[in-house]
Ligand binder design. Structure first.
Ligand code: SF4
Length: 346
């Protein structure tokens, strides 16, 4: 019987979040607005909304009636203007010493990626992560594969999204419009990354149509362990507030396909192959980490409704920072919400 040491916090996690357990740094943003910034804060650089896949569960598309509508969001069209603004923000935030992650859309398909990587390297940000669906990692970008640029600029973590080890099931859920990242590609990517101090991690959203139970999780872990991976995260689909969303197709899919980690954790409790390592309670997410053979297995549930509740409770607190394609720095993934540094063209 596995230890049940995670259970007390797991069961009470909705009530357990407590600001007292966090440490903060005072920091001044635009208009002399003073905030308390979480000491382990992350800066996400949201390259662009463009993605060459169209995952049935894509949370980024929930606020837009369809994928095309999302591309109409405001953004800086001029590359030089964009990079000047990004450099200003990177310089401004450096005293906070945030970790940094690059995300999208699909960042490996952005023509801006190389210079973004170089700017992050120039400003020496710690714990550099890139999140991708993998399809552009082996593409040529100015004479080198994209993954080489990621390595050359000192990135240490690479998150690769994939819903299933079976190619047909994965393709049917992620619905690539162009390009693909096959398991053969992943074998090459893993070997290259691990030889260059870039730790790859498979990221799998749990779905009734995809990986949906402990048996599926074990098959996924075994498959990617054989392929050379030692790090996998399984994510529960986020709970979201339906009245703020407009993409009915995606909302219906998410509602119909949600798999609850609570049910799977109860099975893991009884399974000797998993050793509990630690649990983590964030301001809108809850994580359990296990060791399974050679793999660090992370399991995460997050709740967007909770996120807004926590922000109401702690209005002067910044938990995360997002640099948007319109040049704004926000405390939110929505580009006109919770603006910390507003871009006004200067
Ligand atoms: S790869 Fe990510 S951004 Fe692209 S469609 Fe899928 S979930 Fe959305």
């Amino acid at each position: 019987m596995n230890t049940l040491k995670f259970q007390p916090i797991r069961e009470k996690r909705q009530e357990c979040f407590d600001l007292e357990n966090y440490s903060f740094n005072d920091f001044t943003f635009d208009n002399d607005v003073k905030k308390r910034v979480y000491s382990n804060v992350n800066l996400s650089i949201f390259t662009d909304d463009y993605c060459n896949a169209n995952c049935k569960f894509c949370v980024a598309q929930l606020r837009f009636e369809n994928k095309g509508q999302m591309y109409k969001k405001c953004r800086l069209r001029n590359d030089e203007e964009y990079f000047a603004r990004l450099e200003y923000v990177l310089d401004y935030l450096r005293p906070l010493n945030p970790s940094v992650s690059i995300t999208g859309g699909e960042p490996t398909k952005s023509h801006r990626l190389k210079r973004i990587l170089e700017l992050i390297n120039k400003y020496g940000y710690r714990k550099r992560t890139l999140t991708t669906n993998g399809s552009g990692l082996l593409d040529d970008m100015q004479g080198k594969p994209v993954i080489q640029h990621i390595v050359d600029n000192g990135f240490s973590h690479l998150n690769i999204s994939r819903t299933h080890f079976d190619e047909d099931i994965n393709k049917s859920i992620m619905q690539y419009e162009t390009g693909y990242c096959s398991n053969d590609d992943l074998r090459k990517i893993t070997a290259f990354a691990r030889a260059n101090n870039l730790r790859p991690r498979m990221s799998c959203v749990l779905l009734k149509e995809g990986i949906h139970d402990l048996d599926g999780i074990i098959k996924y872990l075994n498959f990617y362990e054989e392929l050379g991976m030692d790090n996998v995260i399984f994510r529960e689909l986020m709970d979201f507030d339906h009245k703020n969303m407009s993409n009915l197709e995606k909302m219906n899919y998410c509602d119909a396909n949600k798999v609850r980690l609570n049910d799977i954790w109860k099975e893991i409790d009884k399974d000797e192959r998993f050793s509990p390592i630690r649990q983590l309670l964030g301001y809108y997410y809850y994580v359990e980490v296990y060791k399974y053979r050679s793999i660090d297995m992370v399991s995460e549930s997050a709740n967007l409704v909770k996120l807004y509740e926590q922000k109401e409770v702690a209005k002067d607190v910044v938990f995360e920072m997002v640099f948007h394609p319109n040049g704004n720095l926000n405390g939110s993934w929505v580009d006109n919400e919770d603006i910390l540094l507003e871009y006004n063209g200067k």
